[in-house]
Write a protein that binds this ligand. Structure first.
Ligand code: HDE
Length: 726
C-alpha cells in the first residue's frame, strides 16, 4: 500500500487554467463596458432617467428597472441544513490502481487528477451564522470524474443522530432555533434539542461526538471526514465488498477550546471561512488522504453492531483504514454565490464501481438531496448550473423546465425512436454504464427497526473509553455547558441519566454541574454488544484512533503565530525567530499598537500586520514576544498585550519570549501559577508550552523548542491552572 502522508505527489499543474478552458462561463470583468443583460451599452449607472434634474423619474428607464428587479431577486433559499459553508476547488489523485476492489475509473490511474469541488459547512446555523459553534461539520466532495460526477457527502463525525431518515425533520427541528422565539441561532445548547436527544437513545453515540472537541474544529483543514454510511465497492468482475470512506487531514485533527470557540463566534464569526481562504491564498493547500475500510461481504455479520446502522463506526483497530489517494484543495472559488452557494450535492450522483447498501438513513438521503436541490435552486435544470455540470457529455430526453440552458436540436425527444436512429443509445457495462449491484432482497413490508440496530450505548462507551483525560474533561465541560443552558429540570435529568448509562462517572460529573442528582449509572459489568448481538462477534473495548491525542503533531505548517512588538523591539531576536518559524511553514503576523512600520533596537524596521485592536489571541495558534526593553516595557503597560498573553496561556497555546520579553511574563498571570522560575538566568526554559530564553546566542535552540511547542497544538496540562482569569 502506498506510503502514507505523501505531500505534493506528481507534477504541479495550473489547475485554474485547465478549469478555465473547460469552463467558458467563468468570466472576469476586464476590458469590458457596462451593459444591460441584453448587451446594450449603458452610459450612466449613477442617475436614473428623469424629466428634469429634480425628477420625476421615468418608467422608461429600462436600465434602472432591470438593475432593481434583478437585485430584488438576488436571494435564493438557503440550505435547510448546512446553510453556512465555505468551499474550494482542487483535485484528487489515487496512489495506486484499486481495480481489485472497484472499477471506478477515478480510482485507477495514479497519474490522473480528478477535479473536485469541496464544501465544508456547519449543520445547524443559518447562512450568516458563526463558524466556530459546537456542531457537526459537513465535508461534501464533488468529484468531476470521466464517468460523471460522484458526490461523497460526508461529515466530520463518523456517525449520525438517527438510524432512519424518517426522523431527520424531527432532529433538525429540535436542533434549529425554537420556532416561537427563533432562539438560539446555531447552537445545540437549548431545551428542544436536548429534550429530543434525551428521548432518543439511538442518538447517544452521536451526542457524545457532538459534546467532544471534534465539534469545535480548529480548522476545516484539520478535521477528518467520514462517508458515515457503509457503501459498496464493486469491481469489474461484479464482486462487491462493503466500504467505509474516510478523509484523513495531513495536518492532523485539532480543535479549539470551548471558551476560545465562543469568543471567536463573536470576534471573528468567519474564522473557518477565512482560515480556508487564507491558507489556499498563501499556498498552504489543504490535503486529505482518502481512506477506505474494506469489508468482505461474508463478514457482514461478523461485528457486534450492524454495518447498516449509521450510528455505529467500524473501529479502525478491527478494520484498518487504507489510505488510497489524496485530495488537494488549491484554488478558492471566484464567486461565492455561483459556486459555493449554488453547488448542489446529491448522494445519488454515483459512478460505476461504487454502490449503495440498505442503510435506511442512506435510502432517505437518496430521496432528499435531489428534492431539496429542485426546491432550493428552483428548477430540475439545476444540474446545468456551471458548478454542478459534469465534465463529460450529458445526453438524455429531459425537456424544458425553468432556465433550460440547452438548445436541443431536432424533433425526437423520446425513446425508443427510429427517426433519430434510436439515439441516444443505451450503454453497456463495458461502455461504462452504471449497473446496480444485483443484491438479493426479501422481506415483509413493515414499519420496523431491526433488532441488530438496538444497542445505542456500547459504542458511545467505546468512544468515551478511547478519549484521553483532557478530552474527557472537555467533554464533561461541554455537557455541563449544554445542559446548564437547558431550563427544563426533567430534560436535564433524563440526559444525565443517559450519560450515566454511557459511563457512571461521566454521568456523575455532569450531574454535579447541572443541578441534578447523580444518575444510577450503567449496569456493570457491560459485555460488548449487549442486545444479544455481541456474543462471539468482533469488537474492541478501546479504539486509540478515536482520540485526537494520537493525531499528527509534528508540523507547524500554516499555523498562525502572532508576534507582539512595539518600537524598540529586538531586531535580532524578531528576525531570527521569524525566519525559523517561516522556514518551518508557519505564518507570522506582527501585532503592534498601530499599523505601519515599527523600529527595532538595531535600526531595522518591520511592518505591523495587525493592531492590538483588530488582532486577539483567539485568532492565532501561538504568540511570540521578542525582547527589546522599550517594546517590552510599553507592552507590559498595555492591558491588551497582557491580556493577549494571558488568554493564549488560558487556551493552552505555545508562548515564546526572548531576552527582555521574559520579563513581560511577569506582568501576566502566568508568572506565579506556572513558570515560577521563568525569570532565572537559565538560557532556555520550556515548561507547559511556554518557551523562554535570555541567551542572545541561543535563538536557534529557542526557535527549535518553540516550533516543537507549536506543533503540539495545545498544552492541556495547563488547564487545571484555575488562576488565569482570561
Ligand atoms: Fe444531509 N442534507 N441529510 N446529512 N447533508 C442536506 O441537502 C438529509 C445526513 C450533509 O455542502 C440537504 O443540499 C437527510 C448525514 C452535508 O451543500 C438535505 C438526512 C450526513 C450537507 C439533507 C441527512 C449529511 C447536507 C440540505 C437523513 C453525513 C451539505 C441542503 C437521512 C453523512 C452539503 C442540501 C453541501 C445537506 C438531507 C443526514 C451530510 C435537506 C434527509 C448522515 C455535508 O437534502
Amino acid at each position: 500500500m502506498a506510503e502514507q502522508g505523501k505531500k505534493g505527489a506528481g507534477p504541479e499543474i495550473n489547475a485554474h487554467s485547465k478549469i478555465e478552458s473547460l469552463e467558458p462561463h467563468r468570466e472576469a470583468p476586464t476590458d469590458a463596458t457596462l451593459s444591460t443583460e441584453h448587451g446594450v451599452r449603458v452610459d450612466s449607472t449613477d442617475d436614473s432617467l428623469k424629466a428634469g434634474p429634480r425628477g420625476p423619474t421615468l418608467l422608461e428607464d429600462f436600465h434602472l428597472r432591470e438593475k432593481l428587479s434583478h437585485f430584488d431577486r438576488e436571494r435564493i433559499p438557503e440550505r435547510v441544513v448546512h446553510a453556512r459553508g465555505s468551499a474550494a476547488h482542487g483535485y484528487f489523485q489515487v496512489y495506486e490502481p484499486m481495480a481489485e476492489y472497484t472499477k471506478a475509473a477515478f480510482l485507477q490511474d495514479p497519474t490522473a487528477r480528478t477535479p473536485v469541488f469541496v464544501r465544508f459547512s456547519t449543520a445547524s446555523g443559518s447562512r450568516g451564522s458563526a463558524d466556530t459553534v459546537r456542531d457537526v461539520r459537513g465535508f461534501a466532495v464533488k468529484f468531476y470524474t470521466e464517468e460523471g460526477n460522484f458526490d461523497l457527502v460526508g461529515n466530520n463525525i463518523p456517525v449520525f443522530f438517527i438510524q432512519d431518515g424518517i426522523k431527520f425533520p424531527d432532529v433538525i427541528h429540535a436542533l434549529k432555533p425554537e420556532p416561537d422565539r427563533e432562539i438560539p441561532q446555531a447552537s445545540s445548547a437549548h431545551d428542544t434539542f436536548w429534550d429530543f436527544i434525551s428521548l432518543l437513545p439511538e442518538s447517544t453515540h452521536m451526542a457524545m461526538w457532538l459534546l467532544s472537541d471534534r465539534a469545535v474544529p480548529r480548522s476545516f483543514r484539520m478535521m477528518e471526514g467520514f462517508g458515515v454510511h457503509t457503501f459498496r465497492f464493486v469491481n469489474a468482475q461484479g464482486k462487491s465488498r462493503f466500504v467505509k470512506f474516510h478523509w484523513k487531514p495531513l495536518l492532523g485533527v485539532h480543535s479549539l477550546v470551548l471558551d476560545e470557540a465562543r469568543k471567536l463566534a463573536g470576534k471573528d464569526p468567519d474564522f473557518h471561512r477565512r482560515d480556508l481562504w487564507d491558507a489556499i491564498e498563501r499556498g498552504h493547500h489543504p490535503e486529505y488522504e482518502l481512506g477506505v475500510q474494506i469489508i468482505e461481504e461474508e463478514d457482514e455479520f461478523a461485528f457486534d453492531f450492524d454495518l447498516l446502522d449509521a450510528t455505529k463506526i467500524v473501529p479502525e483497530e478491527l478494520v484498518p483504514v487504507r489510505r488510497v489517494g489524496k485530495l488537494t484543495l488549491n484554488r478558492n472559488p471566484d464567486n461565492f454565490f455561483a459556486e459555493t452557494e449554488q453547488s448542489a450535492f446529491h448522494l445519488s450522483n454515483i459512478v460505476p464501481g461504487i454502490d449503495f447498501t440498505d442503510d435506511p438513513l442512506l435510502a432517505t438521503r437518496l430521496f432528499s438531496y435531489l428534492d431539496t436541490q429542485v426546491y432550493r435552486l428552483g428548477s430540475p435544470n439545476f444540474a446545468q448550473i456551471p458548478i454542478n455540470r459534469p465534465l463529460v457529455p450529458v445526453r438524455n430526453q429531459h425537456q424544458e423546465g425553468f432556465m433550460q440552458q440547452r438548445i436541443k436540436v431536432g424533433r425526437v425527444n423520446y425513446l425508443p425512436n427510429s427517426l433519430a436512429g434510436g439515439c441516444p443509445m443505451m450503454a453497456t457495462p463495458s461502455m461504462g454504464a452504471f449497473t446496480h449491484h444485483p443484491e438479493r432482497v426479501l422481506g415483509l413490508k413493515a414499519r420496523e427497526r431491526s433488532d441488530t440496530f438496538k444497542d445505542p450505548i456500547t459504542q458511545a462507551t467505546l468512544f468515551w473509553n478511547s478519549l484521553s483525560l483532557p478530552e474527557k474533561k472537555h467533554l464533561i465541560r461541554a455537557a455541563r455547558f449544554e445542559l446548564a443552558s437547558v431550563a427544563s429540570q426533567e430534560v436535564r435529568e433524563r440526559m444525565v441519566a443517559r450519560l450515566g448509562e454511557v459511563d457512571a462517572e461521566l454521568g456523575r460529573l455532569v450531574a454535579a454541574g447541572v443541578g441534578v442528582a447523580p444518575p444510577p449509572g450503567k449496569p456493570q459489568p457491560q459485555a460488548p454488544g449487549k442486545g444479544g448481538q455481541g456474543a462471539g462477534k468482533r469488537s474492541v473495548a478501546v479504539s486509540p484512533a478515536l482520540s485526537m491525542e494520537n493525531t499528527v503533531k509534528d508540523t507547524v505548517e500554516s499555523r498562525l503565530v502572532a508576534v507582539l512588538a512595539l518600537d524598540g523591539f529586538s531586531g535580532a531576536e524578531l528576525a531570527a525567530v521569524r525566519s525559523a518559524l517561516e522556514a518551518a511553514g508557519a505564518h507570522v503576523q506582527v501585532v503592534s499598537a498601530s499599523l505601519g512600520p515599527i523600529a527595532g533596537d538595531d535600526g531595522s524596521t518591520v511592518s505591523a500586520d495587525r493592531t492590538l485592536l483588530t488582532a486577539e489571541s483567539v485568532m492565532f495558534d501561538a504568540v511570540f514576544v521578542p525582547g527589546g526593553r522599550a517594546s517590552v516595557v510599553a507592552l507590559s503597560a498595555m492591558g491588551e498585550a497582557v491580556h493577549f498573553v494571558n488568554e493564549a496561556f488560558k487556551h493552552c497555546k505555545a508562548i515564546g519570549a526572548t531576552g527582555d520579553a521574559v520579563d513581560l511574563l511577569a506582568s501576566t498571570d502566568i508568572q506565579g501559577v506556572a513558570l515560577a522560575d521563568a525569570r532565572t538566568a537559565a538560557p532556555l526554559l520550556s515548561d507547559k508550552g511556554v518557551v523562554t530564553s535570555r541567551d542572545p546566542a541561543g535563538l536557534a535552540p529557542f526557535s527549535h523548542e518553540l516550533l516543537r511547542a507549536i506543533a503540539q497544538h495545545r498544552h492541556w496540562d495547563r488547564e487545571d491552572i484555575a488562576q488565569i482569569p482570561a
